[in-house]
Design a protein around this ligand. Structure first.
Ligand code: MV4
Length: 446
């Protein structure tokens, strides 16, 4: 096991990793920007190192600053959390070149699954269903038009280096395809430094269901079931749950097996997520996330497995130590993300001073948050205040428990989306589990 781990992240996930390190008896060193100086969670690490000014480019995204901190602190591993440098293969490469273990998959695997067209090709090679479309990137208008003729409109143009919905464009006919292809390329070049795009048949009203996987360095891979993340707004997840109300045992088993097969075929180790679109009884692979995700605690609650602990154990060379048949699923978990955002201003970020903070508590409630009364939410980063999770025997009980938690919650000083959560949890379609990725947009436009 490692002696000392550097946490290259901030906020609730930095705190989550500090806690996992402590329980493994591993020392933690957390980095922070000037905007995060004095944040209460920093005191819970064994050491905290300032790595630059507030803007991420000069701190949490600065590879030289983070590597310098790792050298000064003499750590043997780096945990990247989510966002920031977590899926940056160049950062992983530099860590390992400096004899610092990057807590995540191999550099080649991060790179391969980071290219969405390559990840899709790997899925095809492993015999996993994908959405019909181009074989790899499209080189010109003629190739794009040919794919559209084959699969039929509408089609979706996706950036090869995109993901999470960024850089996607729908086209309904030849003319909009040619126009949008140009726009998508320009946007992809600006956003990701890679103008390559590929094309898929547009699935109209899908659910977003993802499978959590864990692999060790020996090549063993297991899955920890699914999370349904269909309640989203502008590709920002708002509520996640497990099990998915959309899956029967047949689909669940097939998707779990598909995710494990794909992970094995690319030599995946560590924690990862295989994302699928689900429509009726069909599922289609869309992408792999080579990181721990915000919503990982949903899976922790239904499996009892500490995913951050597993990431650190696996990176240090330990094996999974449990087989698929020994993963037991219990009850139902729901997560909501409380954000500092203004519902009257189109959910624009609303950073500032949290004058008074009263989290929910009680049976079956877990709060993952770095916020306390008097905490100032900096304007530079995401606006998440807390992840609130509930666990109960059934979905109905979990919803009632979450309603109770949302009613207990109080956040003063900044605007929040608490009202939105209270509304979703009382919505009849949500309560029946009848929601797709269109649900939230429709609720908000009604
Ligand atoms: C799609 C799709 C429809 N058809 N691909 C958005 C996130 C990214 N990971 C993939 N996404 C989508 N890909 C095809 N061929 C619809 C979406 C999509 C979506 C997916 C999951 C959750 C919310 C979404 C909201 C809009 C679009």
């Amino acid at each position: 096991m490692f002696q000392r781990v550097l946490i290259a992240n901030r906020g609730e996930i930095a705190l989550r990793v500090i806690r996992a390190c402590r329980e493994l008896d591993v020392e933690s060193v957390v980095v922070y920007s000037q905007a995060d100086a004095g944040a209460p969670y920093l005191e819970l690490a064994d050491e905290a190192i300032c790595i630059g000014p507030g803007p991420s480019a000069k701190s949490y995204l600065s590879i030289p600053n983070i590597i310098s901190a790792a050298e000064i602190a003499d750590v043997d591993a780096v945990h990247p959390g989510y966002g920031f440098l977590s899926e940056n293969s160049h950062f992983a490469e530099i860590c390992r070149a400096n004899n610092i273990e990057f807590i995540g998959p191999d550099v080649a695997t991060i790179r391969r699954v980071g290219d969405k067209a390559e990840a899709k090709a790997a899925a095809v090679a492993a015999g996993i269903p994908v959405v019909e479309g181009s074989d790899g990137p499209v080189n010109n208008d003629e190739e794009a038009l040919e794919v559209a003729r084959k699969v039929g409109y509408p089609v979706l143009i996706k950036a090869v280096s995109g993901g999470g919905g960024r850089g996607m464009r729908v086209a309904h006919n030849d003319m909009s395809l040619v126009t949008n292809l140009q726009t998508a390329r320009t946007e992809a070049q600006a956003a990701f430094g890679d103008a390559n795009v590929y094309i898929e048949k547009y699935i109209e009203d899908p659910r977003h269901v993802e499978i959590q996987i864990l692999g060790d360095k020996k090549g063993d891979v297991i899955h920890l079931g699914e999370r349904d993340c269909s309640v989203q707004r502008r590709h920002q997840k708002v509520i996640e749950e497990s099990p998915s109300p959309a899956l029967g045992n047949d689909l669940r088993t097939k998707m779990g097996r598909a995710a494990v097969k794909l992970a094995k075929s690319v030599g995946y180790h560590g924690a990862g997520t295989v994302e699928f679109l689900v429509s009726g009884k069909s599922f289609y692979f869309i992408e792999v996330n080579a990181r721990i995700q915000v919503e990982h605690p949903v899976t922790e609650l239904v499996t009892g497995i500490d995913l951050i602990r597993e990431q650190i154990r696996i990176a240090s060379g330990e094996t999974l130590g449990r087989k698929q048949q020994h993963v037991n699923f219990r009850g139902h978990a729901i997560e909501v993300r409380i954000n500092a955002e203004d519902p009257d201003r189109n959910f624009a970020p609303s950073p500032g001073l949290v004058t008074s903070y009263r989290p929910a508590g009680g049976p079956g409630v877990r709060i993952d948050s770095h916020v306390v009364s008097g905490y100032r939410i900096p304007p530079y980063y995401d606006s998440m205040i807390a992840k609130v999770l509930v666990h109960a025997d059934t979905r109905d009980e979990a919803i009632l428990r979450m309603r109770r938690a949302m009613d207990e919650y109080k956040v003063d000083g900044v605007k929040t989306n608490l009202g939105l959560h209270r509304r979703i949890l009382r919505n009849a379609y949500f309560q029946r589990g009848e929601y797709s990725t269109r649900f939230l947009d429709e609720l908000l436009s009604a």
